[in-house]
Design a protein around this ligand. Structure first.
Ligand code: ADP
Ligand code: MG
Length: 205
């Protein structure tokens, strides 16, 4: 279980996320909705332990800090890849798996996200939608039980979206928890068990 308590983030005098608490159980899916600037990315980064809160804490299966972070796969809203490496090279480069486990996981992700036709291409030669799929895949090269995806469908076409939905459904069936952010309801919503809406750094109805 992931337990976030009293998370707060200020940028100067501006409070982007104000005293939010949240619990995620294994196998649970949460959609974090809200318009641009409502605090989704800031909250997700703190939940994923990639950004330090000004107040509050995150506990994952009883663990804190680095040990907790190792259980979380985080897909940033922006594309973060090695541009001059191929898709396959990126999968290996971002992996936190044991060496012997890499090939099987890479195969699985290439198949699920239908990346076969461009797996040997350099990332800087890919389309926006292809890059988005790789951005998700690299984050899943680990033994993570909590998946956090920031606007995973941004710039992706319908078919790409369906691939991502299918993959997330399988990960959920394995018992992994997930949080996705979106500014509009999407095809991923039916996969989620709960929806939380953010506005001005607060949860609203
Ligand atoms: N690094 C930053 N410095 C200053 N303000 C920021 C920074 N990151 C985000 N903000 C502000 O915090 C608010 C929430 O941003 P963000 O969490 O990115 O929202 P969302 O993901 O919902 O669009 C916005 O008003 C944004 O301008
Ligand atoms: Mg955002």
């Amino acid at each position: 279980m992931l337990e976030a308590n009293g998370l707060k983030k200020n940028y100067g005098k501006f409070t982007a996320v104000d005293d939010l608490s949240l619990t995620i159980s294994p196998g649970e899916g949460i959609a974090l909705l809200g318009k641009n600037g409502s605090g989704k990315t800031t909250l997700l980064k703190m939940l994923a332990l990639v950004q330090k809160p000004d107040a509050g804490e995150v506990k994952v299966d009883g663990l804190y800090g680095k040990e907790a972070k190792a259980k979380i796969a985080y897909v940033p809203q922006e594309i973060v890849l090695f541009e001059e490496l191929t898709v396959t090279e990126n999968l290996y480069a971002w992996s936190s798996l044991k060496g012997s486990e890499n090939a099987a996981r890479a195969e699985y992700l290439v198949e699920e996200l239908e990346m076969e036709s461009f797996r040997k291409k350099r990332v800087d030669r890919l389309s926006g939608g292809q890059r988005r799929r790789v951005n998700i895949a690299v984050a899943l090269m680990g033994n993570h039980q909590y998946l956090m995806l920031d606007e995973p469908l941004a710039g992706i076409d319908e078919h790409g979206g369906e691939c991502i939905a299918r993959l997330l459904k399988k990960e959920k069936e394995k018992g992994y928890a997930m949080i996705i952010t979106e500014h509009n309801p999407t095809i991923l919503l039916p996969l989620m068990d709960r929806t939380l809406r953010l506005d001005g750094g607060h949860f609203v109805q």
